[in-house]
Design a protein around this ligand. Structure first.
Ligand SMILES: *[C@@H]1O[C@H](CO)[C@@H](O)[C@H](O)[C@H]1NC(C)=O
Ligand SMILES: *[C@@H]1O[C@H](CO)[C@@H](O)[C@H](O)[C@H]1NC(C)=O
Length: 267
């Protein structure tokens, strides 16, 4: 078959040695190269950044922490952490790394008059089998101001400026789905309740209780960090949170890691 194809090709070439034919061949080979390149680049990208599944967000599991919709966070006195991976579902129970547990504990310890909410988008319950993660969570649950809560992503975003963004599936098909789900959620939580958002790798060394509202951390000289943010629940703070959500709903970008987090607050 290949032999025949080659024979046929030579025949065609011999029969009409005209420019258009060569030009067509050139264009075909160019297109082939481009297509192969695109497939190659895509497969490298998929290899480096495999799609992170957020399918656990859709599980309606009664066996999980109380849903945030059942709680009224105290205005200006709440610190929020978000865990947006599906680990606590795939492992069959709630999982925190030591670093994450350390972040939560440091926030609770240095701000005893604030509530610290750890919001899980994945269903999961605490099962104590005495692993490192279990011991950490057990210790955290002894703090009166730490609460573990579940967030139903669909219900949480519904009727908000990012409701359609979630429904569009763009977050789930992002190359950085877990990070980007967290990017959207942090602005949404502060838009809903105001207060402090911290990344799960932020260690709080001093009390944040006396600070005025509406601040964000510095990522670098040119960029504002989205890992430490405080917005008031009304006035300027709420306005800024809403601007961030509107920016996200319009310009969400799945292939750029920093665009939807630090990018939004910097813009
Ligand atoms: C964890 O503990 C439960 C009972 O609390 C037990 O059924 C389960 O087998 C344990 N899992 C592991 C991995 O030890
Ligand atoms: C989410 O919303 C649906 C429909 O309103 C409701 O049936 C369900 O109980 C809600 N889930 C949670 C966890 O609030």
């Amino acid at each position: 078959m290949p032999r025949f194809a080659f024979y046929h090709l030579v025949n065609v070439l011999n029969r009409n040695r005209k420019r258009p034919c060569l030009l067509t061949l050139l264009i075909i080979s160019l297109l082939t190269t481009i297509i192969i390149d695109i497939i190659f680049i895509n497969s490298i990208q998929t290899f480096l950044y495999p799609f992170e599944s957020l399918s656990c967000y859709r599980i309606e599991n009664l066996n999980t922490f109380p849903d945030i919709s059942q709680i009224n966070p105290r205005e200006g006195k709440t610190i929020f952490f978000h865990e947006t991976s599906c680990k606590s579902h795939t492992e069959g129970k709630t999982i925190l790394s030591s670093r994450q547990a350390c972040a939560v504990e440091s926030a609770a310890k240095s701000n005893p008059h604030f509530d610290v909410f750890v919001l899980f988008t994945s269903p999961g319950v605490f099962i104590n089998n005495n692993t490192q993660s279990d011991r950490s969570i057990k210790a955290l649950l002894t703090y009166p101001n730490i609460k573990f809560l579940h967030v139903n992503y669909n219900n949480y975003t519904e009727g908000t400026p990012v409701g359609n963004l979630y429904k569009s599936g763009k977050i789930e098909t992002s190359y950085y789905a877990i990070s980007h789900a967290s990017d959207v959620l942090r602005y949404l939580t502060l838009w809903k309740y105001g207060g402090i958002y911290l990344d799960l790798d932020v260690i709080v060394m001093r009390s944040l209780e006396g600070l005025h509202s509406n601040y964000a951390g510095a990522e670098s000289d040119d960029n504002v960090a989205a890992g430490v943010m405080n917005f008031a629940s009304d006035g300027l703070g709420h306005f800024l949170a809403e601007e961030c959500l509107l920016d996200l709903s319009e310009h969400f970008t799945g292939y750029d890691w920093g665009y939807n987090g630090p990018g939004v607050i910097t813009r």
